[in-house]
Design a protein around this ligand. Sequence first.
Ligand code: HEM
Length: 426
Amino acid sequence: MSAPVVPSGSGLEAVDLSDRTFWAQPPEVKHAVLDQLRAEAPFAFFAEPEIPYLPVGPGYHAVTRYADLEAISCRPDLFSSGAGAVSIQDMPPDLNEFYGSLISMDDPRHAKIRRIVAKAFTPRILEGLVGSVQAVAEDVVARARRTAEEGDGTIDVVADLAAPIPLRVICDLMGVPDEDRAMVLHESNVILSGGDPELIESEEHAVEAFLTAGALLSGLMTRMAVERRSHPADDLTTALVNAEVDGERLTDQEIASFFILLLVAGNETTRNAISQGVLALSEHPDQRDRWAADPGLDKTAVEEIVRWTSPITWMRRTATQDVELSGRSFPAGTKFLLFYAAANRDPAVFADPHRFDLARDPNPHVGFGSKGPHFCLGAHLARREISVAFRTIFQQLPDLEVVGPPARLQSSFVNGLKRLPARLPR
Ligand code: HEM
């Protein structure tokens, strides 16, 4: 395991952000470490985790200060996403493009694909979907109630509430047939598991499981793209096969990669914002009661949930040339992990950053990414899903009560819950 380059005697020598088990600890433990790194070693260096079949790279600097994270995000010419934004290791370029789509691309390709995709992600398609978010949330909540009534009165907030809402919304958005949806959930879980042993048979099989998941999802999407060309429907897949910029359309492969990106970027993130939002509200009942009674709080509450939970812990950037940051020099090729989770608790920007405050305003959090060309394409949709999910829960499950500790995902990349037990008293 790696040793961070941090001031000796600081107590940080034992910290290893590359160790998956670090990330399964309770938030207060992780945040105490991130706070110390931000204050004492804002560019701490860590060795890379070892992944079977992939070469171990040179290591990375953990960026924990808000200002540094912003400075990096808004200079994509100096800090590239193209070398891989979602993995610490350099992936072979074709794999990178396959799994990363536009999130792991640089200009000019990124700008072009983003323009094509934005053409398909039109306000009309999103507006249509916004209506269906309410219907999806109501159906999911009603099913959760039935599950509790037919069983022992308990539900799993993750499986019964938080996971199905974004999955069904994205599947509706793309027009995925009902019979393929369970596969889509399982395989997107595998891709984002970060190697969590519960989701992957063994570490040696992690790469194999990852590739199989990609192939299954890509196969489904290619089939759907072919179908939509001959039978157009009112969905994003149809818009994607037809969208054109400067005479260029997306290939089937590019559409499949974008689908994988939407699944992983839109599914797990929103799910973890909802499940950890439920947990945060159960830990702060006064805030919960206040929000339940006042829909006027929806807007600021959703932002605070995203800041508080930071569902994506980091994205990576790689220096394209020798660079300087906060007076420190780094050579070309240096890897930086942008720790959104740490920047979102930076006291230089957020007053009393460890206070969960649903009325926090201003709240310039970077949960959806910082300034720059890669800012989350689905932020608008995610905000809508989170606010509709909580309003529906307040109305239809006012008695929802968390009854046990959450099982946390062992992943540095996704801040996730695997299970959260709750009770719905009869
Ligand atoms: C709470 C939920 C969500 C969170 C926390 C989140 C977070 C993020 C973050 C941190 C980035 C990367 C920013 C960067 O590299 O600078 C990103 C990019 C992206 N997100 Fe989201 N996201 C969420 C929901 C969604 C949804 C619902 C969708 C789509 C349905 C989506 C689609 C995307 C896409 C396509 C990108 C890549 C944009 C690009 O590289 O140009 N996200 N998101």
